[in-house]
Design a protein around this ligand. Structure first.
Ligand SMILES: C[S@@+](CC[C@H](N)C(=O)[O-])C[C@H]1O[C@@H](n2cnc3c(N)ncnc32)[C@H](O)[C@@H]1O
Length: 247
């Protein structure tokens, strides 16, 4: 079995951004190590530095625990990384990961081997979620747990939500990561005020929340049935003055 640290050096990984204790790698992998010393799968500066991708060990444990509410949770996620390993660790159900990044897929496969995580129930779609999710939803794909953590610019998190909402049933779990970003923050504010949705728990880092879907509706109602939009629209001036769009 390849040593993940050696492999990372070979592909040009830079110094760790987070201090982590050196742990001897037991033969056959160490599943719990995923939550104490997650692999550094991401680089945002062409290999100068490597990082976990945003989820700390406790956050990864929290993600895995959310799957425990279902006997063999079917999972879909936009974006890929340590969250993928946590889901594959947590469920024997199918895990679909969508990210337009073949190299990241290779790093996840190497880390899975190193950490002893089985990939037998994994499907990786090397494409944008805006293209993959409509196809999955049209095909009747259903999930119990959905993580939105792919593209974070507007409108991608909302596009992801639109199709993952169709794929989630009553009782399903939706996870939103990176609430510090205005795009995801607005989606979270919309849903915590929305009937048919209940806030369940927050990740230890408090940048991620989970919500439970408590309705059979595949779509949200139009704006009049969205308390957040009604509240934010009431008392507003008409036209473009509201949003600084005037001349
Ligand atoms: C913050 S990282 C994902 C973190 C991941 N959940 C983890 O645990 O490491 C963002 C990811 O979104 C992917 N991504 C960016 N734009 C995307 C899009 N339009 N559709 C799907 N994935 C996208 C990137 O390839 C990257 O893997």
């Amino acid at each position: 079995m390849a040593d993940f640290r050696r492999w990372r050096r070979k592909v040009g990984g830079g110094p760790r951004q987070e201090a982590a204790p050196e742990v001897d790698m037991p033969t056959g992998g160490d599943l719990n190590r995923l939550f104490s010393d997650p692999p550094l799968l991401h680089t945002w500066d062409e290999g100068q530095t490597w990082n976990t991708g945003g989820f700390s060990g406790p956050d990864l444990r929290w993600l895995a625990d959310l799957c425990g509410a279902y006997p063999a949770a079917a999972v879909a996620e936009t974006g890929a990384g340590c969250s993928t390993l946590a889901f594959l660790w947590a469920t024997t159900g199918p895990v679909v990961t969508i990210a337009p990044d073949a190299e990241l897929r290779g790093r996840i496969e190497a880390a899975a081997s190193e950490y002893g995580v089985s990939l037998s129930s994994w499907t990786f779609l090397d494409e944008r979620s805006e293209l993959a999710l409509p196809r999955l939803a049209d095909g009747g794909h259903r999930v119990d747990v959905a993580l939105i953590d792919g593209g974070h610019g507007w409108p991608t998190p909302f596009v992801d939500f639109c199709y993952l909402n169709r794929m989630l049933g009553n009782g399903g779990t939706l996870i939103l990561d990176d609430l510090q970003l205005h795009s995801v923050g607005e989606l979270a504010r919309l849903l915590v005020h929305q009937w048919g949705w209940e806030r369940v728990s927050d990740a230890p880092s408090q940048k991620t929340i989970s919500l439970r879907k408590v309705s059979d509706e595949p779509f949200l109602p139009d704006w009049g049935g969205q308390p957040y939009i009604v509240e934010r629209s009431s008392g507003q001036k008409t036209g473009y003055e509201n949003y600084g769009l005037g001349s």
